[in-house]
Design a protein around this ligand. Structure first.
Ligand SMILES: [Zn+2]
Ligand SMILES: [Zn+2]
Length: 276
């Protein structure tokens, strides 16, 4: 992984806006937390609501529907969920899916783009987002290389500008909490899946390092992505939690969408799964 040898501030040509964006939202979030450490319930719940919708876009649409084809979504439902995923800073669907399929194909090898075992915690958590080579769309997700999905590329900057500024009309406290603080929270929730969820202690290099991380359920607002060992064991299943003790509101949302006819072809385990 050539970029892992670089100083942290060097960026690839294709991802040169990622690091300045991360610096902007982190600095703004710190200022916001100093000025408005307690936002009040309406603004706090508004920020959580936006983060929850964005997380749903990433886990249900990007991850389970597009990357693993564990369900099929109505196209306009897919478009709405994609909007919220882009709005929440998850990037555009074509790149997300190409990166994610690369991760599954090469997981726990030296070529695994976000492996903390091979490249260190901070590379896996953040640095690969601006220092890794671009994933091969032609190899990993050629079916998404069409205008319906590519259109999110040029839309990303205006959507992120809206996302950063969305709270401003409700005052400065809302500006910080609905914008930068929510974006930083959502970013690290997702990054922990690559870093902490691939840091199983005592596993030799090259073997399955994935973990279910219970505390991360809270940061993922109980949408299920923290059950990452379950997911690597059965990546084609729509459900990431295995029992009622592993909350998976992403799957609950899929069941609701299926009931009202907005999702179909949901892939489920045929027999009880004992993965823990
Ligand atoms: Zn993984
Ligand atoms: Zn996956």
């Amino acid at each position: 992984m050539p970029g892992s040898q670089w100083p942290w501030w060097r960026t690839t040509e294709h991802d040169r806006m990622v690091l300045p964006w991360f610096i902007l939202i982190h600095l703004t979030a710190v200022v916001g937390l100093v000025l408005f450490p307690l936002p009040g319930w309406p603004i706090f719940l508004g920020a959580l609501g936006l983060s929850w919708l964005g997380g749903l876009g990433t886990t249900v649409c990007y991850h389970r529907a597009l990357a693993h084809r564990a369900l099929r979504l109505q196209p306009w439902v897919c478009a709405i969920l994609t909007f919220f995923a882009v709005f929440n800073g998850s990037g555009v669907p074509v790149n997300w899916v190409a990166n994610h399929r690369t991760h599954h194909a090469l997981a726990d090898t030296a070529e695994d783009v976000s492996s903390p075992v091979w490249h260190g915690f901070w590379w896996a958590h953040l640095r690969w987002l601006w220092q890794a080579e671009a994933p091969s769309v032609a190899k990993y997700c050629p079916e998404l290389d069409r205008p319906w999905y590519r259109v999110w590329g040029p839309l990303q900057v205006p959507i992120l500008a809206l996302s950063f500024l969305v709270g401003l009309s409700f005052g400065f406290c809302a500006f910080f909490w609905l914008g930068a603080i929510r974006l930083v929270f959502s970013l690290h929730a997702q990054c922990f899946v690559n870093s902490v969820c691939h840091s199983e202690a005592g596993v030799p290099m090259g073997e399955d390092s994935s973990r279910n991380v219970r505390w991360l359920a809270l940061m993922h607002l109980f949408q299920g992505e923290n059950w990452h060992r379950n997911h690597h064991a059965r990546p084609g299943l729509a459900r990431l939690g295995r029992t009622w003790r592993q909350p998976d509101l992403g799957y609950a949302a899929i069941c609701v969408l299926e009931k009202i006819g907005l999702a179909g072809d949901v892939r489920r385990a045929r027999a009880p799964d004992s993965a823990s």
